[in-house]
Design a protein around this ligand. Structure first.
Ligand SMILES: Nc1ncnc2c1ncn2[C@@H]1O[C@H](COP(=O)(O)OP(=O)(O)OP(=O)(O)O)[C@@H](O)[C@H]1O
Ligand SMILES: [Mg+2]
Length: 277
């Protein structure tokens, strides 16, 4: 099983002077290529912190992040940026589009960065047009973000995330600002990308959205409390009685996952304890 990414005993502390916020407290997980993981948990449980580390936008205080087989802790910031640009595409809840740019120009933004503002050529713009078509925006190429619906703006953001043909797509509440119908459309785009073999790691609050992933990873207070395929029987710590989690429609994993106690160890499988120094 080839891994797209792996985290080992990840800790992230924010030193605020008077207090140290322990946003992640020893989280380990493996993310096989082609997985589709929903990262869930209450507000403040560490989801975005984890996603930022997975996206190589931030580094852990302690522990390791292995991306595409490389231990990111030994990489320089420049090398880390390079590997991020090559391997990872980001999608955010608030789309993060540039208002004065057109759809096509927004999609091309990562290429501009890559080329240090030297401008992109015809073949690159053709590729961006292809991506716009792919997400159903071929008739909106010259529109600006304010002229688009929320769902269309998120499609632009998805096309932009695909511009470097990344293996891994990270999404932080990609449907958080969308109505139910548009949410379903955007989720279908993500499912299609996953079916192409891309690994998707997605933060979401919604059990209906999480149910479309192949696997769920639940955080509570900076620790992993569940990692596996959630079923309607799975009751998460702190979840409301009767708040069932629907089964994913397709799943390649047969067991029901592992539920960990909130204050216990993170419950890794013990398959290799040789990484801790
Ligand atoms: N830059 C920062 N400086 C200090 N504390 C931070 C910082 N970023 C996050 N935190 C704290 O770390 C904890 C985890 O935050 P995080 O943003 O990862 O939560 P989350 O699970 O994404 O929450 P939400 O669902 O509200 O987005 C919180 O207690 C938060 O206040
Ligand atoms: Mg968050």
């Amino acid at each position: 099983m080839e891994l797209a990414a792996e985290i080992r005993d990840l800790h992230k502390y924010y030193d605020l002077g008077a207090v140290i916020v322990k946003a992640l407290r020893g989280v380990s997980a493996e993310f096989p290529k082609g997985d589709f993981v929903a990262i869930m948990g209450a507000s403040g449980s560490g989801k975005s912190t984890l996603l930022n580390i997975l996206g190589a936008l931030d580094r852990p205080t302690h522990g390791q992040y292995i991306l595409g087989g490389a231990d990111t802790s030994v990489l320089s910031d420049d090398d880390l940026s390079a590997i991020r640009n090559e391997m990872i595409g980001f999608i955010f809840q608030s789309y993060n589009l540039i208002p004065q740019f057109t759809v096509l120009e927004n999609i091309a933004v990562p290429l501009q960065y890559q080329r240090n503002g030297k401008g992109v050529g015809v073949s690159e713009m053709n590729w961006c047009t292809e991506l716009a078509e792919r997400v159903g925006l071929s008739d909106r190429l010259d529109h600006r973000p304010t002229q688009l619906s929320g769902g269309q703006q998120q499609r632009v953001a998805i096309a932009r995330a695909l511009v470097n043909d990344p293996q891994i797509i990270l999404a932080d509440e990609p449907t958080g600002n969308l109505d139910t119908e548009t949410e379903a459309e955007i989720m279908q785009v993500l499912i299609d990308l996953n079916n192409e073999g891309r690994t998707i790691l997605m933060v979401t609050h919604e059990t209906s959205v999480a149910g479309l992933a192949k696997r769920q990873l639940h955080l509570s207070d900076g620790q992993k409390v569940f990692d596996g395929v959630a079923t309607s029987q799975t009751v998460m710590p702190g979840s409301l009685p009767g708040a069932g989690i629907s089964s994913p429609p397709t799943s390649s994993v047969s067991d029901g996952g592992d539920v960990y106690s909130v204050d216990g160890a993170d419950g890794d499988d013990g398959s290799g304890n040789d990484w801790d120094s």
